[in-house]
Design a protein around this ligand. Sequence first.
Ligand code: HEC
Ligand code: CU
Length: 290
Amino acid sequence: MKVEHFEKAFLSLGALLLLAGLGALLYGSIGAHIHLPGNVGQVDPAVVRTTAPFDQPGLRQVGPNEYEAVILGQTWNFLPSELRVPVGADVRFIGTSADVIHGLNIEGTRVNMMLIPGQISSMTYRFDEPGEHLIICHEYCGAAHHSMFGRVVAVNQLTEGDLVGSGSALAESGVYFDSEGNLVCEDIVGTGTELFQTQGCAGCHSLPSANASGNIGPPLDQVAANAAQRITDASYTSSAETPDDYIRESIMTPAAHVVDGYPNAMPAPQSLSDAEVEVLVQMLLAVSGQ
Ligand code: HEC
Ligand SMILES: [Cu+2]
């Protein structure tokens, strides 16, 4: 059979392109380890907050130079909201959502996955240089979606508090009620400020003492005086009688009284102990002048 000269050239070019494409694919998956985020399991979203490992989100060491970073997405923040990871180690990000579908994109990396209620997603990444990366929710998830972000900081040397269970704010904030019901906390303002920052409050409220400038909810620098005022307002329909009670109620059952001019958009905290809520209340009273 005689094949035309040009036809031959054209056919070879087609074959070459196919081979080049196949080669690129193989190189990508075998050579450069590029994989789609895997669905690695299921978890019931109704109990995810009490199911390991999501009951204690954060970084764990799982082998020599191997870490697992567990992240829980919820309206509208990531737990933990800041994560420090070691440079040069394999970090396996494991995430899911406690409510609606969220996205998890770590700026400047190829970590990009969906946090889907019920599904666990995972992806491994190695940070080659120290630096800060925003964690962005890139899936519209409701009124305060734009305020949903966190931070991954790649560091040369982890310190003790960076690993779960070794003094991180959530795992062991070191606050509790003693047998007489007294709050035990060495540094209420310090611990309260840390909780304020790690629990997502800072993303929605401004509070200069915590370097917070969120503007979804009311500013909290005058919250003690505002609370005293609100409980005397005619429009106040709930039952708090003191500023303490008002602030506690605002945190535990945000919908009990929705401040005029603001949306009913504050989520009730899910992973705070009663003692931690009390530390937040006392901290807010202290920094707002009471
Ligand atoms: C998604 C945004 C969001 C987050 C996160 C959030 N809040 Fe709010 N917060 C609001 C909004 C909106 C209001 C006003 C509506 C209302 O009263 O429910 C509010 C109201 C309050 C009030 C009452 C303020 C006043 O002037 O009466 C307090 C106190 C408060 N929040 C504390 C906190 C604390 C502490 C946290 C962290 C545990 C937190 N909030 C997390 C949005 C948020
Ligand atoms: Cu979102």
